[in-house]
Design a binder for this molecule. Sequence first.
Ligand code: URA
Length: 285
Amino acid sequence: MTDHQQPPEPPLWEQWAAEGASADPEERSDGERLQKVLAQTGYGSRRVCEELIAAGRVRVNGEVAVLGSRIDAENDLVEVDGRPVPVRSGLVYYLLNKPAGVVSTAKDTHDRPTVVDLVPTEPRVYPVGRLDAETEGLIILTNDGELTNRLTHPKYGVEKEYLATVEPTPVYPRAMRTLRDGVELDDGVTSPAKVSQPEPGLLRITIHEGRNRQVRRMCETVGHPVQRLVRVRIGPISDRRLRPGEWRPLDPGEVRQLIDATPSEVISPDVPKRGNLTSRSSRPR
Ligand code: URA
C-alpha cells in the first residue's frame, strides 16, 4: 500500500476521545468517579450513589457535585448531607472489646497494657474517647481524626450505652428518677439520661455526654457505687459476639452509620470553597 492509499487520519478531537475510551475509565488521571468512591465508603451501590449525587446531596469542597464529577480522594473534601465522608485511602476503623485492666490511652505512664497494644500496629491508630482502666466493653480505634472529633465532641452528642452492676440492690424509683433527670456532680448537673433496671442492681444507662468517670460518679452520688461497668453500644455500633480482648474492623456501612449518628447542622464550620470539581484542591490536614 502506498502512502496516498493510507486512510486519512481522524480529526484530533476523535483521537482524544478514542484515547480516553481505551483507558480504564476509573483510572484516568483527572481523578476517580465520585459515585465509585462513595460506593466504596459504604453509601450503597453505585446506582444509589448516583441518585445521591443527582439529588444534590453530595458536595465536593463545598460545591454541589453533579453526575460525572471526578475527585481526588486523597485531597478533596466530600460531604453527603453535610457530613464529611472518609474517602482518603489508608483510613482504618477497629472495634475493640476492651478488657478490664487495659488503659485506653495510646501510651501508659505506668507501663500497663493499652488498647493500642491489642490491635494492629500499622497504620498507627488512636482510641476514640476513653474508658476507665477498669471499665470493659466497646471502644473504637482509628486514624481518622475527623471522625474521632465528631464522636468525642460533646456538641454532637453521640449516645453511649453502659451496663452497670451496682450495689446495694435494688435501685429504688427515687434514685432511678435522679439518674434519669440529672445528677448533681462537682462539674455540674448531668444531662437527662435513659436509665432502666433489667434486673435488680443491673442498670442500663445511656448518656450522650462524655465526662470523666461519669457513670461511676452518677451511680455513686445516688448511693449505688458501680461494681462492674461495661460499654455495650457507641451510637449505632454494638456487637455481642466480640469477646473481651478481641477486635474487628468496622465495615464501611458501620462507619457510615457512625457518621450519620452525628448531626449535620453543627458541622462544616470550615468547608473549603475552592475551584470546580475536577480541579485538584489541596485540602489542609
Ligand atoms: N463512665 C464511667 O464512669 N467510666 C467509663 O469508663 C465510661 C463512662
